[in-house]
Design a protein. Sequence first.
Lengths: 133, 169
Amino acid sequence: MILSLYIVNKAGGLIYQRDFNEGLNRMSSNDYLILAGTFHSIHAITSRISPTGHSDGLELLEAETFKLHCFQTVTGTKFLLVTDPVHHNVESALKRIYDMYSDYVMKNPFYTPEMPIRLELFDTHLLRAIRTL
Amino acid sequence: MIYSLYLFDRHCQCVFYTEWNRPGASRSTSDDLRNQYVWPTQHGSSDPRKDTAMVDEAKLVYGVIYSLKSMVAKLSATAGSDQFLSYRTNTYKLHYFETASGLKFVLTSDPATSSLLEVLKQIYLHIYLEYVVKNALVPADPKKSLPIANDYFCAVLNNYIKGLACFQS
């Protein structure tokens, strides 16, 4: 079960946040922004404290009631997907979300890069894809 | 493959650190405890340059676990009872266990290792409690953090970690 999706730009700003299922605490939009910023810094530190040379940073965070998967693109945009602890096949879901992001966000001429995503086409396609996963 | 163990007390101080398969670590072919790198110690260890690097590293590790802990607590719907268990990167995995008294055990391993939560609980219950808490010679000052300088603790811990199936594989 996919609980929610966050997209964080390369500067650590939250540009998209959406909950798909119940299971996580609801917060104010300001708290989500802080959370994204915190995660961005943690990600940078986790790549530095690797015991075996340089690492690419946090990929999967496990807690008792959820899992947080992080996929970082080459340009530094991070896709964070929160699922329940038993969910499998998250890699492919993240790749699909990335495909949709490039199709409906990056190819949209009215979208300013690194800014919050408010695009209906992306929303509808994302919802449809999450339901079929 | 197990790389290292950090132990933080409730004053946010690293009271014990040791490492096993880390690249650049002093590899001892025998089970000689004197070759085992342990930090922090009262008299300074064999490698002073590494000691200064460890000060920064311990702070970074503590910062990460502290932030992840608060992040999990914020996200989780079940307030308070949800613990952060581990995280994985492409080169290592960090396992975390916190006792009710605020003692934090952090173990790093290679990313393919499955959950080592039970291992951390064993270290706490059967090694830390036996050889540190029950040791009458350890000065007990709840307001100060003291590095664990205890050969028995080191030796038993070493034996236990080296006996794990995932130690070398």
